[in-house]
Design a protein around this ligand. Sequence first.
Ligand code: NAP
Length: 267
Amino acid sequence: MSTTPESTTASPHPASTGTSAAREGARWAVVTGASSGIGAATARALAAAGFHVVMGARRVARLEQLAEEIGGTAVELDVTDAASVAAFVERVPECHVLVNNAGGAKGVAPVTAADEADWRWMWETNVLGTLRLTKSLLPKLVASGNGHVVTVTSVAALETYDNGSGYTSAKHAQAALHRTLRGEHLGEPVRFTEVAPGLVETEFSEVRFSGDTERAAAVYRGLTPLTAEDVADVISFAVTRPAHVDLDQIVLKPRDQASATRAHRES
Ligand code: NAP
């Protein structure tokens, strides 16, 4: 089995809203949450590696711009909505790689002050979103003969921290779902890779703090965080290994971060 997804080059080609612009023989990758941050960088990296990328998110104008740049397919997707997921999956004729990336955090609060709407958002997006996409696309991933599910969890899937239980519990649950699949599909031609990043500078903290850019910037102050491209590079590496190699779990953090709660910062 080749380690490269296809034999043709990954030169830019026209944006597509369907299958017509997919390159002959290209392997298909689906990236959720591709309108920003890690998802957008992953769509670019996978296109550069030769995949035809189907990108999903709610902000479809951003996806269309990216599709024009990399020659992929832009499709509106709300992972919290079963009907939206069903319509999205209809637009994916074949699937070799699924990157469950859509997700994020809302708010920080101790358990005693937990906001149920924030919890619901985090569980619906990170956990049930991953469930819906994975469940819908696994038959196509297996049928491809060399499928690969990458789920972007977090160091918050490995540790808990004060005031973060809505997010840490959602990421733990998302990771438990993902890791379970590894056993349930043993013997089938599909790989499962969990990617658990530490601090990555994206729109993540702006979303968490409801658009408070000053508060969001403080999260990354005094250290060099990972970039979305750093994470995308790792995802691209994982999915271009030979078919018998499964990078089960990859934890990546900035050099200055030792754990979810411990980082070295220059004042
Ligand atoms: P980001 O820049 O905020 O990107 C989040 C993406 O998720 C956006 O494209 C957003 O698109 C999409 N999304 C949110 N809700 C959605 C929904 N209901 N349906 C479809 N798409 C949805 O943040 P990011 O850092 O790249 O986050 C990507 C993943 O990495 C998340 O799972 C996050 O938990 C994880 N992560 C991030 C960090 C970090 O420090 N940044 C660390 C560890 C793990 P729309 O708003 O357009 O729908």
